[in-house]
Design a binder for this molecule. Sequence first.
Ligand code: AMP
Ligand code: GLY
Length: 425
Amino acid sequence: MKIFLIGSGGREHAMAWKIKSSPLCTRLFISPGNPGMADLGELVPIKSDDISAITAFAVNNEIDLVAVGPEDPLALGLVDALAEKKIRAFGPSKAGATLEADKAFSKKMMREAGIPAAEGKSFSRLQDAMAFVESRNEPLVVKAAGLARGKGVVVCRDPVEALDAVRNIMEKKIFGSAGNTVVIEERLEGPEVSLLAFIDGHHAYIMEAAQDHKRIGDGDTGPNTGGMGAFSPSPLLTDDVLAKVEREILVPLLDILHRHEIDYRGVLYTGLMLTAGGPKTLEFNCRFGDPETQPLLMRLRSDLVEVMLACLDRKLDTITIDWDPRPAVCVVLASEGYGWKPDEQVVKGVAISGLSAAARLPDVRIFHSGTAMKEGQLVTSGGRVLGVCALGENLAAARKTVYSAIQQIHFPGMQYRRDIGFCGS
Ligand code: AMP
Ligand code: GLY
């Protein structure tokens, strides 16, 4: 099969690695990809949100399967555009992707389906949002309703912070048009777990659980980021919790999607908070998580291509999916300023060294996120630069290997968390 992978981050590097290892894959194209993926497939310089160019490339090259990594092309209707040309694609349609692309819609679906979630309301007028905050005295969370690269959420300690957040998002537009509407929620307390599931329209196959560390600083301090590291499995996701999530969240969600005639095939990511009152939904994403995918795919023994095809053929219930029982840990190495400064002020373009020495360690794999080649030298090109992953006999062993691999890697201003995988274990 000729497969075309869309995206350029660590998640897509991990997907490319798994796709390339499939006996079903005869040729792999990646758009736009990154230098880490260059020896896995043919890099095609098309941006992942250029729907018409991607579609034209897929038609001209007789692509058999398109695998979509990030949310933007899904939200822009890539899968629908490809379907019109009779090209199969792994990922939900535009309607399905709205679960992530519009938090107000997502909240409405949760409410309609009776899915446990934070109480919240959506506002499109600044005055209404401010009045709502002023009428409350509990801690609130203010969210830009649109896509904001995982950063559009402000967790507030008090109403003063919440009013500030509303002004910043709706008036100053710190997240651009994503903040035209805000969702204001009660602030929940508890540990977080990411639960990813393959969905074939009818069935959900829940993957091994993962935990992401979203804050920039050790001990979960500082601003939220796209994710500073992840590990799998999560000791917090006991069989009891899992059964509850399936019964109270996933089954009602599949049901409401049917009622709205949304044919969802791809990955569904449920962000959960394990509160004293049971698991509650923080968000739905319409794709694999980044960096959760890196440790998850390190552990996936089955053929990812076969699983993607089973989703498209609505045959998830007919295959078995096999996982390495060993835990995996992924630590993100980020650029100076990432998490603290706006994207344009994050330091980029500095030389990276030591990758081959680190990659030689057993059970270590390094996935590139924000890297580029400049005059034959690998340099940083984004906030999150690399995801260093390792498998281990237990979580402690995997952590030890990851951190010793990181000792080999260097770039000026490199920052990373020292406590990935420590929480909850
Ligand atoms: P989201 O993109 O909606 O998952 O939010 C990003 C992060 O903000 C989550 O991973 C949580 O850490 C935090 N968060 C979101 N909603 C809430 C909430 N209602 N209560 C507490 N923390 C939240
Ligand atoms: N790691 C968070 C996300 O992928 O949304």
